[in-house]
Design a binder for this molecule. Structure first.
Ligand code: GLU
Length: 548
């Protein structure tokens, strides 16, 4: 077979040379040890936690080492693509503060190694496709869908391995006349790789996350170019990561099974493969066993879930660091106020089998993250959430921003800040008592306390209540009420002899708390009253007395 002849026949218009491409995409001039990596998602409209795990890992490795992170849109599968998905993808990653140095953006591409959308790189892939044909390493295959299905059925019947290989690779060694005949009839064809591998052979390979692996060689003549001339993931990955000068490929471990083929392709093209980091899947406990998070069963896999619930992006980000690097949590405890990117992220700490997702832990991390925010930040982020998901709440919160910020300032800023809020959708429950339109009595007084005691305590409280009292004087007055009603004002005395009292000062506080906040649990009562103001405090207590 005259391979040069075949290459011209298949790719008559490809004139660009490899030298030209090597020059157009030169080696990057970076510091020693710099990691060049990428996110290469497919625009299917579904951006998930796995994308974020991959994004954060790549981002940290690149930027910690003085390297480059770029975004490449893998839009070679037109059947799976959803309209507007590229925009959704880019917006979502931006929302999570994954900062790209180059790549696809909403307004086109930025950077010297583009185009960064694979659908726009067909001419580049064809240069290498032509070369592989010229070297006898690739050939056209004219099998129809039906013929391929028949091969599959036959293999099933004979209990053979599936795939296009060996005697099943019916176009592998066909005479040129057959090829010319099909081409002359305008029959569609795909370009296949001529594999020289055998499943009898193993290859040794070191993955940066999975460690030392022994994989079976690839013997399948996989498709490189589909019939529309667009490459498969495999071919595009090899060509793009070579030309874009990627040093590390971080991707899901579902690609491990085709890695031997990727390595074969790098070798066939005479290129050095990048380092690989194959990330295990996100797992979840289901009863007592672990399973992979699934798109169908687990809403928390989709990133839209976190936005709707109102998890701050920072919280999701820190949660992912927590599950990826087991030492992050200790670091965070020791450095509560440092920005998360000062943590030294390491792929060595990643679990080869994948990380366990746990929403209780996520909420915990989120509470911590929110507790460290300033009142202004909480105000800005929660109103941004409310604007989209609870317009009525948004109206109330923004009608007097200073008032709302004072609420968020309660118990904030000290060494042990309050941790009441895990997600912005909980803000309403937290602040409702401060807004007359939302305020309502939600908890009841425990039956064991006589109504008369409650009424007396409440009346006494408003008798002496002075909004100008400092918190010490204010609390002394509550203690006085306790003494007056036969409730212990001194907790130590109470603990020594609880039967000598009807209750204690905490019960008196609770009587007041429920009247004012409607709840048995609320932020610091003194601060709450300062924000509500004298008139509202007195009115709420009077209303409660009337209702008892
Ligand atoms: N487009 C592939 C995916 O979404 C990218 C894998 C890779 O990063 O190479 O799974």
């Amino acid at each position: 077979m005259d391979n040069n002849y075949l290459a011209e026949l298949l790719f008559p218009n490809v004139k660009t040379t490899e030298e030209e491409l090597e020059k157009r995409f030169p080696q990057r001039d970076l510091v020693e040890g710099a990691v060049v990596t990428r996110m290469a998602p497919s625009p299917t409209g579904f951006v998930h936690l796995g994308n974020l795990v991959q994004g954060i890992t790549s981002e940290r490795l690149a930027h910690q080492s003085g390297g480059v992170l770029f975004l490449r849109v893998e839009d070679t599968d037109k059947k799976r693509e959803v309209e507007g998905a590229v925009e959704v993808l880019i917006e979502t990653l931006k929302h999570y503060n994954i900062h790209f140095d180059e790549g696809a953006t909403i307004d086109g591409d930025s950077g010297f190694y583009g185009p960064y959308r694979q659908s726009m790189r067909a001419d580049i892939y064809h240069v290498y496709a032509k070369r592989l044909v010229r070297e006898g390493k690739a050939y056209p295959c004219f099998c129809t869908e039906e013929e391929l299905e028949n091969i599959h059925a036959e293999q099933e019947k004979l209990k053979e391995n599936f795939g296009y290989f060996g005697k099943w690779a019916v176009w592998r060694d066909r005479p040129i006349e057959d090829i010319e005949k099909e081409l002359a009839q305008g029959k569609p064809w795909v370009l296949r790789f001529r594999s020289e591998g055998s499943i009898e052979h193993k290859i040794k390979f070191t993955d940066y996350i999975k460690g030392n692996l022994e994989l079976t060689e690839n013997d399948i003549d996989h498709v490189l170019l589909k019939s529309d001339g667009i490459p498969t993931y495999h071919f595009a990955h090899v060509v793009d990561d070579h030309l874009m000068r990627t040093t590390h490929v971080v991707r899901g471990d579902e690609w491990l099974s085709t890695l031997p083929f990727h390595l074969q392709l790098f070798a066939a093209l005479g290129w050095k493969p990048p380092k690989y980091l194959h990330i295990g899947p996100l797992m979840k406990m289901d009863g007592t066993s672990k399973r992979k998070l699934s798109k169908r069963k687990d809403p928390e896999l989709a990133l839209t879930f976190y936005k709707q619930e109102g998890y701050p992006t920072k919280a999701v980000y820190e949660y992912i660091l927590t599950i990826l690097n087991s030492n992050f949590e200790d670091w965070r405890r020791a450095n509560p106020t440092l920005p998360a990117d000062e943590f030294k992220f390491s792929y060595k700490k990643m679990n080869p089998a994948g990380s366990l997702f746990d929403s209780a832990k996520l909420n915990d991390v989120s509470k911590n993250v929110i507790s460290r925010m300033s009142a202004d930040e909480v105000y800005n982020l929660s109103t941004e959430w409310a604007k989209e998901y609870d317009p009525d709440l948004y109206e109330k919160m923004t009608s007097d921003p200073d008032y709302t910020k004072k609420i968020f300032a309660i118990g904030r800023g000290g060494k042990n800040p309050r941790k009441d809020i895990a997600v912005w959708s909980e803000v309403k429950d937290y602040i409702d008592l401060f807004f007359d339109g939302y305020f309502r009595i939600q908890d009841e007084y425990p039956d064991k306390f006589p109504k008369e005691d409650i009424k007396k305590a409440l009346s006494e409280f408003i008798e002496t209540f002075d909004i100008k009292d400092d918190s010490g004087v204010w609390f002394d007055k509550i203690k006085d009420i306790a003494d007056m009603l036969g409730y212990a004002s001194d907790m130590r005395a109470y603990k020594l002899s609880p039967d000598s009292y009807k209750g204690n000062v905490a019960d008196i506080s609770m009587f007041i708390r429920i009247a004012i906040s409607g709840k048995a649990n609320s932020p610091d009562m003194y601060s709450v009253m300062q924000i509500l103001g004298y008139d509202r405090v007195v009115l709420r207590i009077r209303n409660m007395i009337k209702s008892l």
